[in-house]
Design a protein around this ligand. Structure first.
Ligand code: EPU
Length: 420
């Protein structure tokens, strides 16, 4: 297994190009299952999760090539069942279920379990499929949805924590090939859902309202091949912005979209960090001392849960009290104990972490537990005095393209080594 060795304390300076969004690319790759014609997806990040989705599509019978940021898929003939282990290993692969159900009227995949960020139920996905007329059965670790025909209907997909991103994506994909009109109320408004709808419409679907809580899908008989360019990764952009702020540097995020980052930019301003639009780039610069700030994660357009851990790492450096409340995933605080190894003072009180910031961090060996927690440890390591060893970086490679290379380009002293 590989680790990162980070010698902290170097302000980041320079330009970094933002990759395509993982969480847009994965459902868009799954959507290619809806047609037998070839599809081309560009600006796809080079990540292990993307290669994994490629393997799943191949297993289902599609021809897949992934090369230099371009994914080509042709799913001429496919089967309706995902490989048990492949699907179980990557939570995001649940989004093959909607396209399989739409195209074949049946889908069978392994039931995804929980993960380190908390339980990951799919009850809302299944509620949506049922509303389209599918019968759901769970047996031997598999969940199956099957229907003689899918018929559009109006459904409410809000849950305990609000809307569901992949649930909305899944039901939207199945509904493109249902008979009649489907209305999803309390739909997720994330830019990744909008990007998927754009791709589906390019394939001949009739979707309106994506980006709002009401999405309307008028079913069509079939979809055709299409080309698409994936949106820039707002979570990657936010992570580099926070790393620039944490190290007191100045970084230009090439291709980052300010309109996808309102909540993050607002909180960075509050914390004393300037984020300015410059053409198609964003320039991030810390303005003197960091200020403490309270953050609550919410569905889009609120502050993203996928940036909570990195923001917490930043707040450990800001003198005063910051309260960080996680409203999407109940146990997404695995980074807290690891940040404590670097000297951070953080207490968990229910869904909130109370950060007493301002003490300097000092390097230590830490363990990555999930993708965003690992990113937070890298941010903290970049700001800490001395050397931080972040173990198990395969978590990071799932979601950040060439993070060590990009950080080195910004002047960071970070090396990838075999775990000792
Ligand atoms: N939920 C339910 N029932 C469901 C589905 C979700 O109760 O059927 C709950 C979840 O337990 C959670 C909330 O709804 O409390 C939101 O979960 P959501 O379904 O929106 O999450 P997801 O679609 O499974 C995607 C991203 C996550 C990101 C979340 C929230 C992908 C591949 N994953 O997951 O990304 O945190 O949306 O924005 O798109 C990451 O990239 O690190 C990551 C975990």
């Amino acid at each position: 297994m590989e680790s990162f060795l980070i010698k902290g304390g170097v302000p980041l300076h320079g330009e970094v190009t933002i990759s395509g969004a993982k969480n847009a690319a994965l459902p868009i790759m799954a959507a290619t299952l809806l047609t037998s014609e070839p599809c081309v997806i560009r600006h796809v990040p080079n990540l292990s999760d993307v290669r994994f989705m490629g393997r799943i599509l191949t297993w289902l019978g599609a021809k897949v090539s992934i090369e230099a940021g371009t994914v080509r898929v042709q799913a001429k003939k496919i089967k309706g069942q995902g490989d048990y282990d492949l699907v179980r290993k990557m939570r995001g692969s649940i989004c093959i279920m909607g396209p399989l159900l739409g195209r074949l009227k049946q889908a069978r995949v392994s039931l995804p379990g929980g993960c380190t960020i908390g339980p990951r139920p799919i009850n809302l996905h299944l509620k949506g499929f049922e509303a389209l007329g599918a019968k759901i059965t769970i047996e031997a670790g598999y969940v199956q949805a099957a229907a003689k025909r899918l018929a559009g209907s109006t459904m409410f997909l809000g849950g305990r924590a609000g809307s569901t991103v992949l649930g909305t994506a899944n039901v939207m994909m199945a509904a493109t090939l249902a008979e009649g009109v489907t209305v999803i109320e309390s739909a997720a408004c994330e830019p990744e859902v909008v990007d998927l709808a754009k791709f589906l419409n390019a394939m001949g679907a009739k979707i309106s309202g994506a980006g709002s809580p009401t999405i309307t899908i008028t079913g069509v008989k079939e979809l055709h091949g299409a080309e698409h360019e994936v949106i820039p990764d707002r979570i990657e952009a936010a992570t580099y912005a926070i790393a620039a702020a944490a190290t007191n540097g100045e970084v230009t995020l090439k291709g980052a979209r300010a309109d996808h980052l309102h909540a993050v930019i607002d909180k960075l301003h509050e914390a004393g960090v300037a984020v300015k639009r410059q053409g198609t780039n964003l320039v991030v610069r810390r303005k003197g001392r960091l200020k403490s700030s309270d953050v609550t994660t919410l569905p889009y357009s609120g502050f993203p849960t996928d940036v909570q851990a990195q923001m917490m790492a930043l707040m450990t450096l800001a003198p005063g009290l910051s309260i960080i409340t996680e409203r999407i995933f109940e146990s997404r605080f695995m980074h807290v104990s690891e940040l404590a190894r670097l000297g951070a003072d953080i207490e968990i009180e229910g869904p909130s972490a109370i950060v007493k910031g301002g003490r300097p961090l000092s390097g230590a060996p830490v363990m990555a537990s999930d993708l965003r927690a690992s990113a937070a440890l890298v941010v903290a390591g970049l700001a800490a005095n001395g050397t931080t060893q972040v173990n198990r970086v395969y978590h990071i490679d799932r979601g950040y393209e060439n993070i060590d290379g990009k950080l080195r380009q910004l002047g960071a002293r970070i090396q990838r080594v075999e775990e000792s």
